[in-house]
Design a protein around this ligand. Structure first.
Ligand SMILES: C[S@@+](CC[C@H](N)C(=O)[O-])C[C@H]1O[C@@H](n2cnc3c(N)ncnc32)[C@H](O)[C@@H]1O
Length: 329
């Protein structure tokens, strides 16, 4: 009886601590600098890498989802995205831009397993430093700080543009869409995987959904989630896409990731020792957001969107039109 009381007391205390931290220490989006600062901090202390490994994205557990190791599911996600995007038979040396590359988990798989020549960009200088440390010289992946909202590369630089879970940090989705397509060579392929919100034009968010959505934005420096339909339209509106954008919904395949990420904290208590009390508090602080994410994706408020587009053979006038359209949005 005493054990039950003590255990319930500890669990209740932890939940209360998590809630207090959650409500008092939100990381609201202010600018790309605030996003960079958040990722710099997460990278420097190493906690995120300890639990999430080299990939700061969800895992792919199959359809229907199968039990899988958390870190394996993340690497599988990259391979599934390559397959879905029709990239697996592209020749060695295909140039790829990994937009919002984190510490380079995807970039290294793309270079090692598919022979691509990868450039990863992120807004976080600490992520670039860590990505470089994790990448042996023989792996054809290089990293630099760059802003996805105004990429430093000329038009038509890459055969493939790839991005996983960076979109929710972008303040102007039309500008983001334009930049992704702009740096693709004519005939090049864009593949994007992102957290999205249900299309509010089809079914507006109710009172409770708006509260949940606000928390999901404010806790992890997100200005806004696009909808799958909305972002696909923005890509097409650049005027640079050949035909239409292909989309898919991988909510089911990725859903187990949320609870698995909390589970990592329980089955790997060595992290508590490694990162001390502040690390423990910092990790526990994320639990309510992770649970809200699970709730939102499970209930259809959020959706995991996949996008594939091919850049058409475009003239400079088209690029110009696309730029002025973006300016209007
Ligand atoms: C959720 S993480 C995903 C990282 C990586 N794609 C992965 O899957 O491991 C989001 C990434 O987007 C990057 N990011 C956010 N805003 C950015 C911006 N304006 N320009 C470039 N990168 C940005 C962050 O620095 C971070 O690397």
């Amino acid at each position: 009886m005493n054990v039950i009381l003590i255990t319930s007391g500890i669990l209740f205390g932890l939940l209360a601590l998590a809630l207090i931290l959650y409500l008092t220490t939100a990381r609201r989006y202010q600018s790309s600098e605030s996003v960079a600062n958040s990722y710099d901090e997460w990278t420097e202390d190493g906690i995120l890498e300890f639990y999430w490994g080299e990939h700061i994205h969800l895992g792919h557990y199959g359809s229907p989802p199968q039990r899988k190791d958390f870190l394996e599911a993340k690497a599988d996600f990259v391979r599934e995205m390559v397959r879905w995007g029709g990239l697996e038979n592209l020749p060695q040396g295909t140039t790829v831009l990994d937009v919002g590359c984190g510490i380079g988990g995807s970039s290294r798989i793309l270079a090692r397993e598919y022979g691509f020549s990868v450039t990863g960009i992120t807004i976080s200088p600490q992520q670039v430093k860590r990505a470089q440390e994790l990448t042996p010289e023989e792996v054809d992946a290089k990293f630099q700080v760059d802003d996805a909202m105004s990429l430093s590369f000329p038009d038509g630089s890459f055969d493939v543009v790839w991005s996983i879970e960076a979109g929710p940090h972008m303040p102007d989705k039309a500008g983001f869409a334009k930049e992704l397509i702009r740096v693709l060579k004519p005939g090049g392929i864009l593949v994007v995987a992102d957290w999205n919100q249900r299309d509010a034009r089809q079914k507006p968010l109710n009172f409770w959904e708006r509260i949940v959505m606000k928390q999901l934005l404010d806790q992890w420096s997100h200005p806004e989630f696009a909808s799958i339909e909305g972002f696909s339209e923005l890509l097409e509106e650049t005027g640079l896409v050949e035909g239409s954008v292909t989309t898919d919904d991988w909510t089911e395949e990725t859903l187990p990731s949320w609870i698995d990420s909390i589970w990592q904290g329980i089955i790997r208590p060595q992290g508590w020792l490694k990162y001390g009390v502040s690390g423990f508090v910092k990790s526990v602080r994320e639990v309510p957001t992770i649970l809200l994410m699970r709730l939102a994706f499970g209930a259809g408020l959020c959706r995991f969107g996949m996008f594939r587009a091919v850049r058409g053979e475009s003239s400079p006038e088209l690029v110009e039109t696309a730029s002025s359209q973006t300016a209007k949005n």
